[in-house]
Design a binder for this molecule. Structure first.
Ligand code: ATP
Ligand code: MG
Length: 405
């Protein structure tokens, strides 16, 4: 049928996505190519929960770089373990806690406790008490819990090793009762690099599962697996996929990050639909590649609080409008007040804005510079290696989804 000529003309003709959600960072596919070995290793550690539940304490580290499948593999293991346990009539539950978002011991303990006692009161208990209640409930319900502490290095940096100590000890202390808790500790860097004491890290080759960066050909398998779920047939050319795999592969131009590869594919799909193209070809991939920057990644922006996003948006807008390299804190704050109004949020006060600026700086989003002499010192805020208009657009995208904590 000739385009646009028939009565039944519809924009859906230009759809390339079948389901773009299948490319989102949170989606865990049912098969994880090139992670079979890790999944197998993990199953062998956690098999005890099925075969002799409670007989010993299991703690495993999952270590590997950005986008190497640690989160996806641990969630998959959790799902498989729960399913197999149900089949065998054992009550094993899995809980996934993101310690980047939930950096305090209290929130981590609350998430763990909620998996066992869904209606646990929010207030009035300490982290330690929440854990005690959770253990008691596990005993009462004759249940077992595997907790994955994802990005655990952030929590350790923020509050030290006390939570890990408490979590390990709570089981260790109860010598003659079943061990009802298992831990998966997930981190980008090896536990020995962030100064944990031996009793807490107790990592050795025997309980550490490594996730190596993906090569281009591995990424190609991962992408090829995902394409039929996410795209209509014929929407992605083979050359486009190979180019993405080469751009992201560790033996190509990238770091071996699958999230980045999937994001390139998703952005190419978005652009194709916006331009009403039916196919994603290499030229489109080159175009989205030229616009990507690690700081603009969706998932990382999702980790910011709503007000951090509003503030970042304000910085981007001021810099784009003024065409300057740096703006003053005053300019940014005025913009922030306007932005908050537009998003119907109550603007935070000056000191809180300051803290947010500091956090955004630590996270690598903003650069700051102090100018002027004694008495008249001001802090200037800038973006160095990312285009203001692009950042603005990406932050707006994230705010629109209602995300941002
Ligand atoms: N082997 C794989 N097969 C299919 N998809 C994968 C595979 N590995 C990773 N992915 C996908 O890539 C994205 C990133 O993976 P994941 O979030 O598990 O990485 P990570 O190691 O936890 O990274 P980070 O350290 O940044 O948290 C996810 O969308 C995930 O579904
Ligand atoms: Mg992860």
């Amino acid at each position: 049928m000739a385009e646009g000529l028939s009565e039944g003309f519809s924009f859906s003709q230009f759809k390339v996505f079948r389901d773009e959600g299948k490319l989102s960072p949170e989606y865990v596919p049912s098969s994880l190519p090139h992670r079979e070995a890790q999944l197998k290793e993990l199953s062998s550690f956690f098999r005890v929960f099925l075969e002799a539940p409670g007989s010993f304490f299991v703690k495993v580290w999952l270590v590997g770089g950005v986008g190497t499948g640690k989160t996806a593999t641990s969630k998959r293991l959790g799902y498989l373990l729960e399913r197999e346990a149900r089949r065998r009539g054992v009550d094993v539950r899995y809980v996934h806690v993101n310690c980047y978002k939930d950096r305090t011991f209290f929130v981590v303990a609350k998430r763990i406790a909620q998996r066992v006692l869904p209606s646990i009161p929010e207030r009035g208990f300490s982290a330690q008490e929440l854990l005690e209640m959770a253990w008691k409930a596990l005993e009462d319900q004759d249940a077992y819990l595997v907790a994955a502490l994802d990005e655990v290095d952030y929590m350790v940096k923020a509050v030290g090793e006390a939570p890990l100590y408490a979590l390990s000890r709570v089981s260790d202390e109860r010598l003659n009762v079943p061990q009802r808790l298992g831990l998966m500790l997930i981190s980008r860097s090896h536990p020995s690099t962030y100064g944990l004491s031996e009793s807490v890290s107790s990592s050795s080759a025997h309980n550490l599962v490594r996730f190596e960066p993906y090569t281009s050909s591995q990424l190609l398998d991962i992408l090829e697996d995902r394409v039929p779920e996410a795209f209509v047939e014929g929407a992605v050319t083979k050359e486009a996929l190979s180019l993405i795999a080469d751009l992201a592969g560790v033996d190509g131009h990238g770091s071996g990050d699958a999230r980045y590869a999937l994001e390139l594919l998703w952005r190419a799909g978005r652009l194709a639909e916006a331009r009403r193209l039916r196919r994603i070809d290499p030229e489109l991939v080159r175009e989205v590649y030229a616009q990507t920057h690690p700081l603009l990644s969706r998932e990382d922006l999702y980790q910011l609080t709503r007000h951090e996003l509003l503030l970042l948006l304000s910085v981007a807008r001021v810099l784009r409008r003024t065409c300057k390299a740096y703006s003053t804190t005053g300019e940014v704050e005025r913009e922030y007040v306007d932005v908050c109004r537009a998003y119907s949020e109550a603007a935070r006060r000056h000191t809180q804005v300051w803290l947010m600026i500091r956090r955004l700086k630590e996270a690598g989003y903003l650069h700051t510079k102090v100018t002027g002499g004694a008495g008249g010192r001001t802090t200037l805020i800038g973006l160095i290696d990312v285009q203001a208009s692009l950042l603005e657009q990406r932050v707006e995208e994230v705010l629109k989804t209602g995300k941002g904590r």
